[in-house]
Design a binder for this molecule. Structure first.
Ligand code: GTP
Ligand code: MG
Length: 339
């Protein structure tokens, strides 16, 4: 499935129907009173969260959404029908911005939550409302009001409890595949993952959390290197980060240097993100060289008071304790991290 996380759309509510001017014409009533009904309200363009969606892809193909107008009022006191609302479904985590002024108008998180993006115009009143003691046959009615028109930017920032981060190829997708039902592509080359994946992790006793696997990060990511900030933003609304490391054969790279490099990237991108609770994990422990060197590799972390967990996404070793450690941090993390 294609992933689209930023789109611009043009919305307009339907205009209200015009109020009618009409008079009673009953057989034995020579001069009937006013009988022009009200116009119906215009339909509204409404954004609503669908928990089953995870992309704004549909808006790529169509970006103008105009709701239908209300019908005009008619004679014999008949009101015009309201225009139907035009309901657009968006994924959880969709922020709605005014594309002109830039203001955040809505942050749609929970399934069913909705936002009136373009309100329909009110229908005009018919002449039945304008009779007075001195004017029993008013020829006055109101036009319907125009619908609200706006240019909006929809900006999806995934909502997950846990964000997985790490250099390309460290095994992020392998880990999410092991711990959830997500089945991302896994391969022995960098940038296998091109779009974020979400996976639901279930632990014993009804405990669960959602993990986001994002494309691998490299130095300079905050200013767009690699797949860069396009995906860093999807870590913004996670409560806990799991920083995955490997022993790479690339000269100059060590797990600690990788860790420092990506910590710097996070800081440069958003200091708040760098301050998020982080669990640091060495992967590929099934490789003999890695398990042999583990104690040594953990030393620089230990000196900074950071525990270095070790796992093998391939064999499952160490995964149980990792998930328990993650759960502890998720359960203890303030909700405000997901603002
Ligand atoms: N031996 C071993 N290999 C692993 C382990 N975990 C992942 N790999 C291998 O490492 C390579 C990269 O794995 P991915 O899961 O695609 O890595 P990634 O971090 O998602 O990579 P990008 O999406 O490119 O950032 C694959 O060849 C995996 O089979 C592990 O625990 N042990
Ligand atoms: Mg991957």
């Amino acid at each position: 499935m294609q992933f689209v996380d930023q789109v611009q759309i043009h919305v307009r509510g339907g205009a209200g129907g015009k109020g009618a001017v009409a008079f009673r014409r009953e057989k034995f009533v020579p001069k009937g009173g006013p009988a022009g009904g009200d116009g119906g309200d215009g339909g509204s363009v409404i954004l609503t969260v669908d928990g089953g969606l995870s992309t704004l892809l549909d808006f790529r193909y169509k970006n103008e959404y105009f709701a239908p107008p209300g019908e005009p009022g008619a004679n014999k006191d008949r009101y015009g029908h309201a225009g139907a609302d035009l309901v657009l479904r968006v994924p959880p985590g969709t922020q709605v911005f005014d594309d002109v002024g830039g203001a955040l108008l809505a942050d749609l998180k929970e399934p069913g939550e909705s936002f009136v993006a373009g309100a329909g115009g009110r229908g005009g009143r018919g002449n039945i409302h304008f009779a007075t003691a001195t004017d029993r046959a008013p020829r006055k009615s109101e036009p319907g009001l125009p619908g609200e028109e706006r240019r909006l930017r929809l900006d999806l920032k995934l909502l997950a409890d846990v964000g997985l981060l790490g250099f390309p190829n460290v095994g992020k997708s392998s880990l999410i595949a092991r711990i959830s039902a997500a089945r991302p592509k896994i391969a022995d080359y960098p940038f296998t993952t091109l779009v974020p994946n979400l996976g639901m992790v279930r632990l014993s006793g009804e405990r669960s959390f959602v993990v986001a696997d994002v494309p691998g990060l490299i130095e300079g990511a905050h200013r767009g290197a690699g797949l860069g900030d396009r995906f860093l933003r999807h870590l913004e609304r996670t409560r806990v980060l799991v920083h995955l490391l490997e022993v790479s054969s690339t000269p100059g790279r060590t797990p600690f240097r990788d860790f420092m490099a990506l910590t710097r990237e996070l800081k440069l991108y958003d200091p708040q993100l760098a301050a998020r609770p982080q669990i640091v994990v060495l992967n590929k422990l099934d490789i003999p060289e890695v398990s042999r060197r583990y104690a040594r590799l953990a030393l620089p972390f230990k000196n900074r008071g950071i525990p270095l967990l070790a796992i093998s996404a391939a064999t499952g070793e160490g995964i149980g304790p990792l998930l328990e450690a993650v759960w502890k941090r998720v359960a203890g993390a303030p909700d405000s991290n997901r603002f």
